[in-house]
Write a protein that binds this ligand. Structure first.
Ligand code: NDP
Length: 332
């Protein structure tokens, strides 16, 4: 294996702001390994909406920052008994927008042989989010082949997380309604398992959901859009239903009046993936299920585009400009 250099290229944020604060650098120090860490040479880096929150300052992190939350590549040095040099891994850890990342071993997994490195980088964060939200937040367990499951609404159903939610929900027996902002995105949501689709820009979402559900509303709502959709969720939810608010693509949801829940005895959850995969067993169980769903072809990964790492600003612009469907990747 080639010797590890002292410096590397990557993307540094020195101040929060627009995509222009994502600066390409070629002289960043290669991170030093602590006990229990592996040094990964990243090949493909997954882009997630959270990367934009860290860039704009909606979520706080100390600066200067190498952002990025996931990638896949090869182990080039290991201080962990669980991994050795040459292992092909994917991981969920900070500072992935760079050539090399020091990764706590608990956050890494060996990439199965039937996955490309590109697929592994595209699968982990959004796939585990979709799966844990469905199994843990919504309590929908695997019920293959039955479509007598609950009515669910997925906002932004053609996005990275949205397309995975739709597919896993459909194979879990749920009756899926998806929203998206263009006819092309709606067609994609439908191809991936949404039985009904609603154009969120042109149609009255509440009225359409009521029509589809014979006036009852949906049992579960997956809402990663946030500010723009949150209030209407409580008109759309069925009696005893669950609103899962898991993101802020349109802005953060403000303080919530608890009495919003009373008319329907609704439940509200505001989860984050990391609290569902805290223990080793949880991580193993959900990762195995996700990889099985993909290997068996029940869930397909859609890669919108692979951008050179240097062009990450363009990728953020496309994501925030609602121009993308599925997963965005960076190639190192
Ligand atoms: P997406 O690929 O879904 O992109 C976001 C989508 O949101 C857009 O394509 C767009 O779809 C929709 N959208 C609606 N309004 C706006 C707006 N004003 N500006 C931009 N987009 C808008 O991104 P991700 O899959 O990466 O993330 C989806 C959501 O899931 C995010 O909120 C993210 O934070 C959250 N998330 C939360 C996690 C957690 O642990 N809680 C983990 C992972 C993701 P359209 O044009 O069709 O409306």
């Amino acid at each position: 294996m080639a010797p590890i250099p002292k410096t590397m290229s990557g993307i540094l944020i020195e101040e929060v702001g627009g995509p222009e604060v994502l600066q390409w650098k070629t002289d960043l120090p290669v991170p030093e390994l602590k006990d229990g860490e592996i040094l990964v040479k990243n090949e493909y880096i997954g882009i997630n909406y959270i990367d934009t929150y860290l860039r704009t300052g909606l979520y706080k992190a100390p600066l200067p920052l190498i952002t990025g939350r996931e990638a896949a590549g090869y182990v080039v040095a290991s201080s962990s008994p669980d991994f050795k040099e040459g292992d092909r891994v994917a991981y969920l850890a900070d500072h992935s927008y760079a050539e090399f990342t020091a990764v706590p071993d608990a956050t890494a997994v060996i990439v199965p042989d039937d996955f490309s490195t590109e697929q592994a980088a595209a699968a982990l964060l959004q796939g585990l989010t979709a799966l844990t939200l469905i199994r843990e937040a919504a309590g929908i367990k695997q019920q293959l082949g039955i479509s007598e499951g609950p009515f669910v609404l997925v906002h932004a159903a053609a996005g990275g997380t949205g397309l995975l939610l739709v597919q896993i929900l459909a194979v879990s027996g749920a009756k899926v309604i998806g929203t998206a902002s263009t006819p092309e995105k709606l067609a994609l949501a439908k191809e991936n398992g949404a039985a009904w689709v609603i154009n969120s820009k042109e149609e009255d979402v509440t009225a359409r959901v009521k029509e589809i559900t014979s006036g009852n509303g949906v049992d579960v709502i997956f809402d990663g859009v946030g500010k723009a959709t949150f209030d209407a969720d409580f008109d759309i939810i069925a009696r005893k239903g669950t609103v899962i608010s898991f993101g802020n693509a349109s802005g953060a949801v403000g303080p919530v009046d608890l009495f919003k829940l009373t008319p329907k005895n609704a439940k509200l959850v505001r989860p984050t993936l990391y609290n569902y995969i805290t223990t080793k067993e949880e991580r193993r169980e959900f990762t195995e299920e996700l990889f099985d769903l993909i290997s068996s072809g029940k869930v397909k990964l859609r890669i919108h585009d692979v951008y050179p790492l240097k062009d990450v600003a363009r990728a953020h612009q496309d994501l925030e400009g609602r121009k993308t469907t599925g997963k965005l990747l960076l190639k190192v």
